[in-house]
Design a protein around this ligand. Structure first.
Ligand SMILES: [Zn+2]
Length: 307
């Protein structure tokens, strides 16, 4: 049984003038529904405003929730913040937090949205409104659910917002492996950054991931991993610069799962970047990730364990 967190508000109409592929969340939902009984669904509550304000500037939170984000921030985000987008922006961090809580119980859970790693304290950026990873991590440690969270970010773009929002904390550590020449031009400082050259292939990517993530986790010993499983390192991605194949991405999830499993660390995944014309192909790559992680990490036979 793979625990999946999904909110109907994730699937929205594209606001006018948006280049972001909003349809992929519906595609992810439909592909996972086709898995039938193998998937257990949870609908998250909206994240309480106080937890948004624990990470984001309260003025920016108000701008979003009241759908009055000024034009310069709208441009930086990449789409207008309508009331519908604002509602979705409260559902997504609720989903990442809920996935983390389910992962602590079941070994693994996936949020079908999220990974909004570019959002900063006082503005959205790069198609991200609120930083669900930072919001969920801060709530987990401040409610003493866990002592330390590792945010592991494998999106092809650096997790700059996550790094900035959690800088200086000992209870949240951040790892980002990304294409060094890709957006954002000005990088933030994660606890550990791994910048890759353009064109890195499956073997190069997986070797660098293992060589850096294993010592990172062994040094920081997190109680849970929040994993941004962006699929934009894919060779044909419109905004990637790497050359990782579909098989390479699946091998990445197997490696991540095995590294977590070997250390007994539960893992909650989010989606992340994935850009191109074929929305269903992108959705399929996200579902590949969720199913690969879930099959390896979800506790076996929970009924027998309880008995
Ligand atoms: Zn990305």
């Amino acid at each position: 049984m793979i625990h999946v967190v999904h909110h109907p508000a994730y699937v929205t109409e594209a606001p006018a003038r948006s280049t972001y592929r909003w349809g992929k969340n519906g595609g992810i939902r439909d592909l996972l529904r086709a898995q039938g009984e193998a998937v257990a669904w949870t609908e998250p509550a909206l994240i309480p405003r106080a937890w948004l304000e624990a990470v984001h500037d309260p003025d920016y939170v108000a701008e979003v929730l009241e759908a009055r984000v000024p034009p310069e921030k709208t441009r930086r985000t990449g789409f207008p913040i309508t009331e519908q987008v604002a509602f979705r922006a409260q559902a997504v961090p609720g989903g990442t937090w809920t996935a983390a809580m389910l992962a602590l119980e079941h070994g693994f859970a996936a949020n079908t949205a999220g990974g909004s790693h570019h959002a900063l304290a006082n503005t959205g950026a790069g198609y991200c409104v609120f930083n669900d990873l930072a919001v969920a991590a801060v709530r987990l440690v401040e409610q003493n659910v866990v002592a330390r969270v590792a945010i592991v970010d494998c999106d092809v773009h650096q997790g700059d917002g996550t790094a900035a929002l959690t800088a200086g904390r000992h209870d949240i550590v951040t790892y980002s492996i990304h294409a060094e020449k890709n957006f954002p031009a000005r990088k933030a400082r994660s606890t550990l950054d791994v910048g890759l050259a353009d064109g890195v292939d499956d073997d190069g990517y997986l070797a660098e991931l293992e060589a850096t993530l294993v010592p990172f986790l062994d040094e920081h010993r997190p109680d849970i991993i929040l994993y941004q499983a962006g699929v934009d390192p894919f060779v044909e991605d419109r905004l990637g610069r790497l050359a990782v194949t579909r098989e390479g991405l699946i091998a990445r999830e197997t490696l991540i799962a095995d590294i977590a499993l070997a250390r007994g660390v539960p893992l909650a995944s989010t989606v992340g970047g994935g850009y191109g014309e074929d929305v269903m192909a992108i959705a399929q790559r996200h579902v590949d990730a969720i199913l690969t992680l879930g099959e390896r990490l979800s506790h076996r036979n929970p009924a027998r364990i309880e008995a």
